[in-house]
Design a protein around this ligand. Sequence first.
Ligand code: GAR
Length: 272
Amino acid sequence: MIASKHRLRVAVLLSGSGTNLQAMIDAAGRGTLAGSVVVVASDRPDAQGLGRARNAGIPAHMVDYRSYMRLEVGDDLGRGLPVDIEELDRSQRILKNPDPRRRLEQLHRLVLAEQELIRVLDAYQPDCICLAGFMRLVSPYLIGHYNRQGSWKIINIHPALLPAFPGQHGYRDTFAYGCKWGGITIHFVDEGEDSGPVIAQAVYPIWPDDDLEAVNRRGLRMEHEMYVQVINWLAADHIRVEGTESGRLRTVNTDPDYRGIIESWIAKAFED
Ligand code: GAR
């Protein structure tokens, strides 16, 4: 049983199979998660993770991003939104389309989708939002909604050792590059692509006879353990964000067991 001052109300966002969600559900069932998953939301109706949530009795919602992304914006650009779209464009660092009108239209649609997502999530009053294979951009509107007064509420797991291989294909890109070590990063979400303060990282070996599937399997096992641990660290207030001389933010982990935990993650990656 985990003894923690707080128990977190966790919201999980996903687009696919949801094995990280399953790891959280299983840990909660064993009493080793300092919190519970109170809601799951997906941008895709066919996400397997939605079924995992329902099987565990967790409310599961779908926000149909695809239809939002097809909306004709026309003269409505920026109208009726809860944020100033141009200001949003200045603060975001992901959309790269050189045509400002196209960028603003894309942001407009994204904000509409996020408005619905926020309505869904807020009904469950989550303490943190865990992205677990959520393959959609997160705009500064959504980030600003949750990160109030210097708090960091949105977390992402990325299947590579950031800042290497950001984007949608961390395992594939690590493997294709011929890396001898792969990595997993859990980080707070900021306005860039996979660029927020790193909370936890670990590495696993890639052996000469591994194929991409083996790499995926080894990495995912590590992800499952890491995500649960990070939620527990957050619940126990062990993660502090601080500035550095370079201007970049970094986290400091105050868990006295920190070193042993990292060692055990990496040792397990040598077991198969
Ligand atoms: C995980 O490997 C996660 O790191 C990755 O998607 C997978 C989801 O698996 N996320 C990203 O690539 C984010 N850029 P799951 O649905 O089985 O938890």
